[in-house]
Write a protein that binds this ligand. Sequence first.
Ligand code: NAI
Ligand code: MG
Length: 347
Amino acid sequence: MINTGDDKINKIPATLIDGDGIGPEITEATINVLDALKAPFEWTRFKAGLAAMEESGDVLPKPMLDNIRETKLALKAPLTTPVGEGFRSATVRLREEFNLYANVRPAQTFIPGGRFEDIDLILIRENTEGLYVGVEHYIPVDGDPRAVASASGIMTRAGCKRIAEFTFDYALRHGRKKVTVVHKANILKKLTGLFLDTALEVGKPYADKLEIEERIVDNTAMQLVINPSQFDIILTSNMFGDILSDEIAGLIGGLGLAPGGNIGPDVAIFEAVHGSAPDIAGKGIANPTAMLLASAMMLEHVNEHDKAKQLRRTIRTVLNEDNVRTGDLGGSATTIEYAEAIIKRLS
Ligand code: NAI
Ligand code: MG
């Protein structure tokens, strides 16, 4: 167990999930920065993913799941999922295990001078239903066992209702003005039609406080790169949210700057939007900012708003005034050098 923060303040027990690929590198950097920030978390640290598979035979070891059940709060590094055959995504399983139905992905400009200035939009993705439920099978034809592949998407009215309620409440709590419901109900009439109809129905009592509109996903994808400022909060289903949130990350300089929170009725798990980046793992050059910004969301979740603001402010200062940046942002700093620059500003 690692103690962080000032011993005099009340500690908040939290689970730390190490991850694969660049996971351990960005986790180390993040923990050191949170220490310097005197963040009130008391961590219990676990390996998950491939490293845990080698040690305990499961990508999600039971002691880690038990710990999350106790703390109800976790910070998670990315986990590798093999493409095609092999185990199901540990990240997806975690979302199912704790019913983390809301995935909140904010995108804010941190480095001015990009294609767009002052981007500040939030994508809220339904995290447990739709085409990602994993109901897939092959149909053999003429001796070919994989002649046909079939997948089912599953949406429930209850699932659509709770994500819509979460989103409209979130919008009001955070002083937002507009929610765009993104769907493909012109083609997937039932699957995404239920999502759209339910969201609009749930939105009715909010209509005097929020502008609520709907948009088809492909048009949204184009509009996002032409004029992102027309959006404020985007509410969408699982797969569309997965794809559009990476697109939104691209608007603000890439995945290295995009955090996310997975929120359920009891448990909240914060993480970067990006994956384990095997192409740069072990080189010490990964950008830890997304995981740091996920920690800022986690601080807000436990009502440590001042610390969250201080962290974000310091990241801006280091990126733009000190000009210390990792390679993905055009700089030459290593993960550790970048973290050190933040720590220097904090102390
Ligand atoms: P990825 O997000 O890991 O990488 C995409 C590209 O962005 C790569 O070129 C990578 O080097 C770069 N990149 C990502 N994070 C970066 C960072 N912090 N600093 C600098 N560059 C960064 O996506 P990819 O390659 O599709 O997936 C790799 C693995 O990660 C797969 O096994 C995938 O299943 C898993 N994954 C896990 C997620 C999670 O645990 N939440 C989310 C997305 C993918
Ligand atoms: Mg994704």
